[in-house]
Design a protein around this ligand. Structure first.
Ligand code: HEM
Length: 155
């Protein structure tokens, strides 16, 4: 697929990983902060979790999102395809595609705030680039450009 992006730069991956480790150490479970912000910004999303009486679905989903981000910035073995397919699966829950990018942005904000004074400019720049790359996979599905036909021999 020609719309596949190059993998995340090693230095960016290290900065994002360091921020996630720090946030996990400092903040523990980031789910309450992440979902509180999501529902503040996109109130219509709250009702879609009507089956989630005890927060287990939200917790499980955020855990999958963290795992996916780690794969995305690292080996990128599945995360870019997972994002493309979850966007489609979630249409069944009435989640609009653009909310995926909002959600990733909120995760970044909560990580940044939890890191506090230890958040670095390198982390900031690395997250910005990672969010832009994630946004690419959120939005590209359905408009993948086929690879150009090879030049005829001798041309
Ligand atoms: C890459 C991003 C995402 C991944 C990997 C993901 C993954 C998942 C998974 C695995 C579940 C099922 C959890 C379970 O039943 O234990 C789930 C459920 C759900 N997700 Fe996501 N999700 C993503 C983004 C989003 C976003 C941005 C929203 C917007 C609010 C959303 C809304 C929901 C809802 C409403 C459910 C509950 C469906 C139900 O009632 O069972 N997801 N998600």
């Amino acid at each position: 697929m020609v719309n596949d992006l190059t993998p995340t730069d090693r230095a960016d991956a290290e900065a994002v990983e360091a921020s996630l480790e720090l946030a996990a150490e400092r903040g523990g479970d980031l789910a309450p902060a992440v979902y509180a912000r999501l529902f503040e910004r996109q109130p219509e999303m709250q009702a879609l979790f009507w089956r989630d009486g005890n927060g287990a679905i939200k917790g499980e989903m955020l855990a999958k999102v963290f795992e996916a981000i780690l794969d995305f910035i690292g080996p990128r073995t599945y995360a870019h395809h997972l994002i493309e397919t979850e966007v489609v699966t979630h249409e069944g829950y009435d989640v609009p595609r653009n909310v995926f990018s909002t959600f990733f942005g909120i995760v970044a904000e909560v990580v940044r705030e939890t890191c506090g004074a230890d958040w670095t400019p390198a982390m900031d720049a690395a997250w910005d680039r990672t969010l832009a790359d994630l946004h690419h996979y959120v939005t590209q599905r359905g408009r993948v450009v086929p690879a150009p036909a090879p030049e005829p021999a001798g041309a």
